[in-house]
Design a protein around this ligand. Structure first.
Ligand code: NZQ
Ligand code: ZN
Length: 387
């Protein structure tokens, strides 16, 4: 096992009726900026529950944070937060609202000009402070509720970049599965595929003799495979939603990446497909991951065979056959969620592949993957396999 440091200070408040706990978690007397998205929280009662719990605080609202949150929108919230002397932010919604909130929180305290530098020049400009914030999560998918990362889109330049810092962990996250009963099937499918791929990017690398991390990762994958379809069939199934929600959180809170290599190339490539074509985040992963596994099947051989056997019961055939059957099982799983896995399904062609390769070269993106051996030309080949 590799050496590691593990730090995760996020308090999770899980279960039915737990939004009321905000009254105890949000600092007394704090002036609260409540951030939210396009209005789903007003249709499912979450908005009313939050305001009831915050009846003793001054609440300033900032709605309209879009999926793949826009820097341009978030900067308006930064201005509002500064004008209103906000001292706590509460994110109410999915991963986009929460990622946007992490950016707002860090940007409000940024002292070196344009806060976009936190993403575009992250080697130089790191967050050194942030306004404290918490979350009410309404969409199991990203794990943002229990990690310190965020992904922000700049519309003007069609860039989608990430940042993170020890200051951008939520103080707490309220996870009430009942808030997710109104999710449309597309968002449930996306959430399952996103969480699944988070586990895969931390598990499907090479063995370092870390059986506990492997088995936790496999436990999350098996739970997603088992519970995901139940949620899709009946989004009001509390137990299935609870199991899905906790799985998505556990998939990206740092626990399964302790002491093991991580890949993340699928996410890096996927972000470009969202930035250029607006394809839902999870769908980009379902396009890239199978091709990346095939392209890197030699380097990932041992873990692919383990994953195939333990997750999909693939034990017949020679190694090459088992690996192909394993990747195909993964494709079938994504497609069973009604997520198409080919670029042509999204009207994306070779021009986009060229553009992504160009962007990586210009930005100096290189050495991706757990062995730091995926270069721009490999990205081109991986994407061509997804055409
Ligand atoms: O905007 P509203 O009206 O709230 O509607 C949202 C949005 O249209 C809707 N929704 C959310 N909760 C709902 C609901 N509709 C009905 N009932 C509910 N309970 O769902 C739509 C999508 O929401 P969004 O927040 O965009 O989805 P998700 O949670 O999948 O977040 C995706 C974003 O997170 C980033 C992605 O790149 C993308 O920008 N990620 C963040 C990560 C992190 N911070 O660690 C890791 C991930 O890999 C990912 O990159
Ligand atoms: Zn993701």
């Amino acid at each position: 096992m590799n050496n590691f440091k593990f730090y995760n200070p996020v308090k999770i408040i899980f279960g039915k009726g737990q939004i009321a706990e905000l009254a105890n978690e949000v600092p007394k007397g704090a002036r609260v900026l409540m951030t939210y998205g396009g209005g789903s929280i007003k249709k499912n009662g979450v908005y009313d529950q939050v305001l009831a719990a915050l009846s003793n605080n001054t609440v300033v609202e900032f709605g309209g944070i879009e999926p793949n949150p826009h820097y341009e929108t978030l900067m308006k919230a930064v201005k509002l937060g500064q004008e209103q002397n906000i001292d706590f932010i509460l994110s109410v919604g999915g991963g986009s609202v929460l990622d946007g909130t992490k950016f707002i929180a860090a940007a409000m305290k940024f002292e070196h000009g344009d806060p976009w530098k936190l993403l575009s020049e992250k080697a130089t400009y790191k967050a050194t402070a942030a306004v404290p914030f918490g979350a009410v999560l309404t969409l199991p998918a990203t794990g943002s509720e229990m990690n310190s990362g965020a992904v922000i889109t700049r519309v003007e330049t069609k860039e989608k970049l990430s940042f993170g810092s020890p200051f951008t962990f939520p103080r707490f996250s309220v996870l009430d599965p009942e808030t997710c009963f109104t999710l449309p099937p597309r968002q449930i499918s996306n959430g399952i595929a996103d969480a699944f791929t988070h586990v895969m990017e931390q598990y499907l690398t090479y063995p370092v003799n870390a059986p506990l991390q492997d088995r936790i990762a496999e436990g999350i994958l098996l739970t997603l495979i088992e519970e995901g379809p139940k949620v899709l069939k009946n989004p009001s199934d509390y137990d299935a939603m609870a199991n899905f929600m906790w799985s998505a959180t556990m998939a990206l809170n740092g626990l399964i990446s302790t002491g093991v290599p991580a890949d993340w190339a699928t996410h890096m490539i996927g972000h470009e497909l969202t930035a250029l074509h607006g394809i839902d985040h999870a769908r980009t992963l379902a396009i890239v991951l199978p091709s990346l596994l095939r392209y890197k099947s030699e380097a990932k051989k041992e873990k692919l065979l383990q994953y195939g056997e333990r997750i999909w019961n693939i034990t017949e055939g020679n190694e090459a056959e088992r690996i192909e059957a394993t990747v195909q099982a993964t494709v079938n799983f994504f497609e069973s969620l009604e997520i198409p896995t080919k670029l042509k399904d999204y009207d994306v062609n070779r021009d986009t592949i060229k553009e992504i390769v160009d962007r990586f070269q210009k930005r100096g993106v290189k050495n991706l993957g757990e062995r730091a051996d995926i270069q721009a030309e490999d990205v081109e080949k991986i994407l061509e396999m997804s055409l």
